[in-house]
Ligand binder design. Structure first.
Ligand code: FAD
Ligand code: NDP
Length: 502
């Protein structure tokens, strides 16, 4: 009897009771999806989300980058720009629009910001409905089961959890060696929350954020220059990247190719004087702008988390958290995913899906892992660019130039005809294995609604589509997407790839 009481009390002392089954640090795309899913599956969950104001003092609510300073306000401002083009087209279609059209930043910004606030509110309500404890507090780890949380006012709280999930995302970087960069510049954390028009803008950087922001600024009528130090859209198919920037140039965006900024100075007039170096000639140039927008990449938010003392390993170069296929870190019970994790796409749908799958595994409901292959994406530039799979360069390097077949077409969207719009950059290509069933390796499309087009084809791609599957698919006429199921000219043939007729 005495022995069994002793055994029972030693088992009890080995079981730890935690405040929560899961504590999620970071209430962005991934953290919210993970915490809601985990709570829905019966786990006791808390999520901490805290926004450090930007260097310019911009703040926002619950929901992370995508909702507040990323995808959502970006796509809405992109839409504002597209409408400007549509109004110009409308005249050709018979609409009587008197006088020149102009755009009012304040009206757009207020409407976009109100929508974002409604999403912040929606997220709070959903957390409440799903019984997730939401804490507007900054989290850091004490040990693998303990998190301290701090309010803005400095009030501290300790939470214990069986599992800790880190989904703290990233924030835009500023260049460190350019005088005036931080004092006088803004980033994507600020642009969507400006109350007044940014005016004449210099955008530094040439990837997703830079080109998308420069695209909508140009589209709403602002004098916009993109400063590119190397190439545009690194990592993307470079033929497609060139079409995107060529279109932007014809749309009115200015490009300073192979140039790097040297200093930013505020003149007595309030204008920002930027001095830059042309790397090809070594010459210096200067011009004045109302706004300098740094879009030079993002840094992971790990500094405040106290990960080093716990032994959570970070990638030395990027500072991101090293994770396994199941999103586990080097410390048991601590997981990380989304933009904070090394080697993952920095995209909302991957963060959401990975978060849900992790929640299901933590709840013991599934063992399914996130599949990071074949993730489609779209760059929302004035001429949108959607793709899934390999770039032509990557396909060549993995398979060899002789072992791939590239089918391509220059097409003219029907809507461009009456509007008399130049369609020189409307292009698509499908990269296939050359032998056997000609499995599709990559699919690329520039044109209107590229995201909508690419999303559908991404499913075929995920199912292992081949070139003959594409040809067996009946088109929907008259659309731009149907050009993808009709593509038949190979690059190798050298034949003219311009689509003619219906
Ligand atoms: P985040 O959404 O960044 O969320 C992290 C949250 O954690 C934030 O709220 C942060 O404040 C909080 N946090 C950080 N540290 C702590 C802490 N210690 N304690 C508590 N909270 C903390 N992706 C797309 O798929 N499509 C797009 O069109 C698109 N457009 C974009 C446009 C721009 C301008 C940018 C910048 C990004 C865009 N992205 C887009 C990328 C997308 O926004 C991110 O991939 C996505 O938000 C990542 O989600 P996450 O959950 O990993 O992190
Ligand atoms: P990236 O890291 O993709 O690109 C950074 C850009 O800045 C590159 O063009 C780089 O040039 C340039 N750069 C870096 N440092 C300097 C410098 N000191 N001076 C001049 N130029 C510099 O960052 P982004 O912020 O554009 O995007 C981050 C991620 O956010 C993307 O990977 C994407 O996953 C996600 N995102 C997704 C979107 C979507 O789905 N539509 C939209 C926006 C973002 P170089 O090539 O020479 O290094």
């Amino acid at each position: 009897m005495r022995g069994s009481i002793h055994r029972f009390s030693s088992i009890l002392s080995s079981i730890r009771f935690y405040d929560y089954d899961v504590v999620v640090i970071g209430g962005g795309s991934g953290g919210l999806a993970c915490s809601k899913e985990a709570a829905q599956l019966g786990l006791n969950v808390a999520v901490l989300d805290y926004v450090e104001p930007s260097a310019k003092g911009t703040k926002w609510g619950l929901g992370g980058t995508c909702v507040n300073v990323g995808c959502i306000p970006k796509k809405l401002m992109h839409q504002a720009a597209l409408l400007g083009t549509a109004v110009k087209d409308a005249r050709k279609y018979g609409w009587q629009i008197s006088g020149p059209i102009s755009h009012d930043w304040a009206t757009m910004a207020e409407a976009v910001q109100n929508h974002v606030r409604s999403l912040n509110w929606g997220h709070r309500v959903q957390l409440q409905d799903k019984k997730v404890k939401y804490l507007n507090m900054k989290g850091s780890l004490v040990d693998e089961h303990t998190v301290t949380a701090l309010t803005k006012a400095g009030k501290e709280m300790t939470l214990t959890a069986k599992n800790i999930v880190i989904a703290t995302g990233g924030r835009p970087k500023f260049p460190t060696n350019i005088p005036g960069a931080v004092e006088h510049g803004i980033t994507s954390d600020d642009i969507f929350w400006l109350k007044e028009s940014p005016g004449k803008t210099l955008v530094v950087g040439a990837s997703y954020v830079a080109l998308e922001c420069a695209g909508f600024l140009t589209g709403i009528g602002l004098d916009t220059t993109v400063m590119v130090r190397s190439i545009a859209l690194r990592g993307f198919d470079q033929q497609m990247a060139e079409l995107v920037t060529d279109y932007m140039e014809s749309y009115g965006t200015k490009f300073a190719w192979k140039c790097v900024p040297k200093s930013v100075e505020k003149l007595p007039s309030g204008a920002l004087q930027v001095i830059w170096t042309d790397m090809l000639t070594g010459n210096e140039h200067k011009d004045t702008y109302d706004t300098v927008l740094w879009a030079v990449g993002r840094a992971p938010e790990t500094k405040a988390l106290g990960l080093n003392k716990l032994g959570v390993q970070l990638n030395k170069k990027t500072g991101k958290i090293i994770v396994g296929v199941d999103e586990s870190t080097t410390v048991p019970n601590i997981y990380a995913f989304g933009d904070i994790s090394q080697g993952r796409p920095e995209l909302t749908p991957t963060a959401i899906k990975a978060g849900k799958l992790l929640a299901r595994r933590l709840a013991g409901r599934s063992t399914a892992l996130m599949n990071y292959d074949n993730v489609p994406t779209t760059v929302f530039t004035p001429l949108e660019y959607g793709c899934v799979g390999l770039s032509e360069e990557e396909a060549e390097s993995r398979h060899g130039k002789d072992n791939i077949e590239v089918f391509h077409a220059f097409y003219k969207p029907l809507e461009f005809t009456v509007a008399e719009r130049d369609a020189s950059q409307c292009y698509l290509k499908v990269i296939c294995e050359r032998a056997g069933v000609q499995k599709i390796l990559g699919l690329h499309f520039t044109g209107s609604n590229a995201g909508e087009v690419t999303q559908g084809f991404a499913m075929g791609f995920q199912c292992g589509a081949t070139y003959s599957h594409l040809l067996e698919t009946v088109g929907i006429h008259p659309t731009s997407a149907e050009e993808l199921v009709k593509v038949n000219i190979t690059k190798r043939s050298g034949l003219d790839a311009t689509v003619t007729g219906c």
